[in-house]
Design a protein around this ligand. Structure first.
Ligand SMILES: Cc1cc2nc3c(=O)[nH]c(=O)nc-3n(C[C@H](O)[C@H](O)[C@H](O)COP(=O)(O)OP(=O)(O)OC[C@H]3O[C@@H](n4cnc5c(N)ncnc54)[C@H](O)[C@@H]3O)c2cc1C
Length: 333
């Protein structure tokens, strides 16, 4: 049950939606509401004003130009994985949208809300009763992380399935904060993750994402591991990409749900590019190296239903993901 009452506002343009946030104290934007409404019901969020973006039509567009595609923040996950052009051009993104949550949530949940979803923790995503004997943690304005009491920051995990796919694709986020500007998607996610551990909200509206086309010689893939295939947050997800043209060869491996922010296996990516001429001989070493880089960079915490041991066991799937990536690079070359 939602205990705190709030005003529900439905602006129809971007500037008006932005003005509402300035004008109305303690207000929050709402996309499809699939992530935010459960937090309201748990009394974890108590805004005075909820600004729905449902009627802002320019946030619902998918538009192509000569260099890339723009996907509005209010485009639903279903619309993404049913879009033929996205399936063909950015397979990993379509796969990520297809694997998030359940059909009902994908029909309502948006790409913007997915990336800006709250980080989750077994001490935070609980009813008020459950939390009543615990000191408030960083995420609700307190000064402790119950997962790691000595930590100076919140260690809640970020489970977005869409984020690793976008991070693998050189995406820029378009944000509106009185004027329209573009920032890299990694900057957007980093600032979201930091603020989200501190009870801070954004003042900007996320307008959408601009994804530059990949060269013809490319391959992208998204994989997700979860307890139930039908509906579950990821135990781990992996987005991989390889692309090449005359000037440039790019390998990307992004792993999500194993730390507060998706991890890029940069050292493994560099190793792949340095060994392009003898990948067949080096592939086992590269895969093992990826596993050790992932283990080193992950920041696991206790989760409901998944032990740290099970989670760490899931890391082994990186071996196959890297093997698949290398196989495809060999085919492309
Ligand atoms: C049972 C369940 C299972 C789930 N499983 C998964 C899963 O497997 N994988 C996964 O990735 N997610 C999962 N989710 C999380 C979530 O529902 C989805 O990620 C969904 O895409 C969120 O989109 P939304 O539009 O509903 O977000 P909302 O709830 O509307 O918003 C989420 C946050 O984003 C902000 N926001 C939204 N749009 C904008 C905008 N345009 N500008 C500025 N701020 C904005 C809101 O203020 C809010 O803080 C699950 C949720 C539930 C309840």
């Amino acid at each position: 049950m939602i205990k705190s009452s709030f005003e529900y506002l439905t602006p129809e343009t971007l500037p008006i939606a932005y003005d509402f946030k300035k004008k109305y104290e303690d207000s929050v934007y709402l996309g499809g509401g699939t992530d935010y409404i459960p937090l309201l019901k748990y009394n974890l969020k108590k805004p005075k004003n909820v600004i729905s973006l449902e009627k802002v039509m320019e946030l619902k567009k998918i538009e192509k130009d000569e260099e890339g595609i723009f996907i509005g923040s209010m485009v639903t996950l279903t619309e993404i994985y049913e879009n033929r052009f996205i399936i063909d051009s950015f397979t990993a993104l379509a796969q990520a949208a297809r694997r998030a949550a359940s059909p009902q949530i994908r029909n309502t949940g948006t790409i913007g809300g997915n990336v800006l979803q709250d980080r989750r923790c077994m001490y935070f995503n609980q009813s008020e009763d459950w939390r009543s004997n615990l000191a408030p943690c960083f995420k609700i304005g307190g000064d402790i992380c119950h997962q790691a009491p000595k930590s100076e920051i919140c260690r809640a995990l970020y489970y977005s399935d869409i984020a690793p796919a976008l991070l693998s694709l050189d995406v820029e986020a378009e944000i509106f904060d009185g004027r329209l500007r573009r920032i890299s998607v990694s900057e957007l996610i980093k600032s979201h993750v930091d603020r989200n551990g501190l009870l801070k909200t954004h003042d900007f509206i996320l307008k959408g994402f601009y994804i530059p086309y990949l060269p013809e010689n490319c391959w992208t893939k998204f994989e997700k591991y979860s307890l139930r295939a039908s509906i579950d947050f990821p135990i781990m997800n992996i987005a991989t990409r390889y692309s090449q043209n005359k000037e440039n060869r790019v390998a990307k491996i992004i792993v999500g749900a194993v730390s507060p922010m998706p991890i890029e296996l940069i050292d493994t990516e560099v190793m792949i590019i340095n060994k392009l001429d003898n990948l067949t001989e080096s592939k086992d070493d590269i895969a093992k190296f990826a596993l050790s880089e992932l283990t080193k960079k992950s920041q696991l915490v206790r989760e409901t239903g998944v032990s740290i041991k099970v989670k760490r066991n899931t890391f082994k799937n990186i071996l196959r993901a890297v093997d698949d990536l290398i196989f495809m690079i060999i085919q492309i070359n």
